[in-house]
Design a protein. Structure first.
Ligand SMILES: Cc1ncc(COP(=O)(O)O)c(C=O)c1O
Length: 139
């Protein structure tokens, strides 16, 4: 698992980035395919596709769910704009279910209140929940 609030970047990581910066390929270079293959192998998947940022990843993840236009997707209010925008990018309506004040994660009771016939998916991103070691992420 990648810790959200305490990343680990060592000299090898920095050297790898500098190597790419000095190469002919800043985008779509051979390192992308190399990384996708390594990631797929690591998670035991046949394929992996990497994108440039979290916003693009959420856009594609929701798109892959193939939810018909007009449905609603739920997320929490204490998250990135991308968590709601990924629904808009896919012609879905974003909605919000409030968090549990103890965990900073989506409150299951609030989620149940928000479930309507237009409900299809919820995205439980709780960025604040990982900042404090006393809170366990359960979403
Ligand atoms: C849950 C979540 N959503 C969206 C984003 C936005 O990602 P980016 O700024 O890379 O587009 C982040 C970034 O860390 C994130 O953690």
């Amino acid at each position: 698992m990648i810790n959200y609030g305490k990343q680990s970047i060592d000299e090898d990581d920095i050297s790898a980035v500098v190597e790419v910066l000095k190469s002919d390929f800043l985008t779509q270079g051979p390192r992308v395919l190399e990384f996708e293959k390594a990631l797929a192998a690591y998670v035991g998947a046949e394929y992996a596709v990497v994108v440039s940022n979290g916003t693009a990843a959420l856009h594609l993840a929701v798109n892959a769910l193939d939810i018909p236009e007009g449905y609603e997707g739920l997320t929490v209010p204490n998250t990135f704009a991308a968590s709601a925008n990924c629904f808009l990018y896919n012609r879905l309506t974003p909605g919000f279910a409030d968090i549990d004040r103890r965990t900073y994660c989506m409150d299951p009771a609030e989620l149940e209140k928000r479930i309507t016939p237009q409900y299809r998916r919820w995205l439980p991103f709780p960025p604040a929940a990982r900042q404090n070691g006393s809170h366990r992420r359960y979403c």
